[in-house]
Design a protein around this ligand. Structure first.
Ligand SMILES: [Zn+2]
Length: 172
């Protein structure tokens, strides 16, 4: 039997891994509401790695305030700064604030979603919690058509290099 779920907002049938249908999800995001991310399988991995402290952190970026959660703030911020995280790459991410530790990833993800909602609703509560006036996050240009162009340039460069090398061998 095929497992299926219904959208919590409108009751339409949706795939099991979603909470809402696409339409309701977009409407919710436009009004600044976020759900905690799905953490399938993470609890087991965390237990195996002996993780028992999870933090929510706030980054200032050129795209706005990025909110995330992690078990290792220092390593995670380094990954952001080294442009290894797609959603903040090239945005000059800087750590502004981190939370007190949460005992489970689930707790941290719940708080993360709440903080994102407060950010996108430009809530005063966001500033009370983090000490910074909220800056809603714009979608990142790197994941748009610019990314496709960069990929095309890379492929063109590689093809040119191969042709160049073939040319050298034929010339000798
Ligand atoms: Zn719906």
């Amino acid at each position: 039997m095929l497992r299926s779920k219904i959208c919590v907002d409108c009751g339409r049938r949706i795939r099991p891994r979603y909470t809402r249908c696409y339409k309701c999800e977009m409407r919710r995001r436009r009004s600044g509401w976020h759900d905690p991310e799905h953490l399938s399988g993470q609890a087991k991995r965390d237990a195996k790695l002996g993780r028992s402290k999870f933090y929510v952190y706030l980054l200032d970026t050129d795209y706005g305030h990025y909110v995330g959660h992690t078990a290792n703030v220092r390593a995670r911020v380094k990954a952001h700064v080294d442009n290894k995280v797609k959603s903040t790459a090239g945005g000059g991410p800087k750590l502004l604030w981190k939370s007190s530790p949460f005992p489970t990833r689930e707790d941290a993800a719940g708080f993360e979603a709440a903080l994102k909602s407060l950010r996108d609703q430009s809530s005063e509560r966001f500033r009370e919690i983090t000490g910074h006036a909220p800056v809603p996050l714009k979608s990142v240009p790197a994941s748009g058509p610019g990314c496709g162009l960069a990929g095309f340039i890379w492929i063109a460069a590689i093809v040119a290099l191969v042709l160049f090398i073939l040319g050298i061998f034929q010339g000798s």
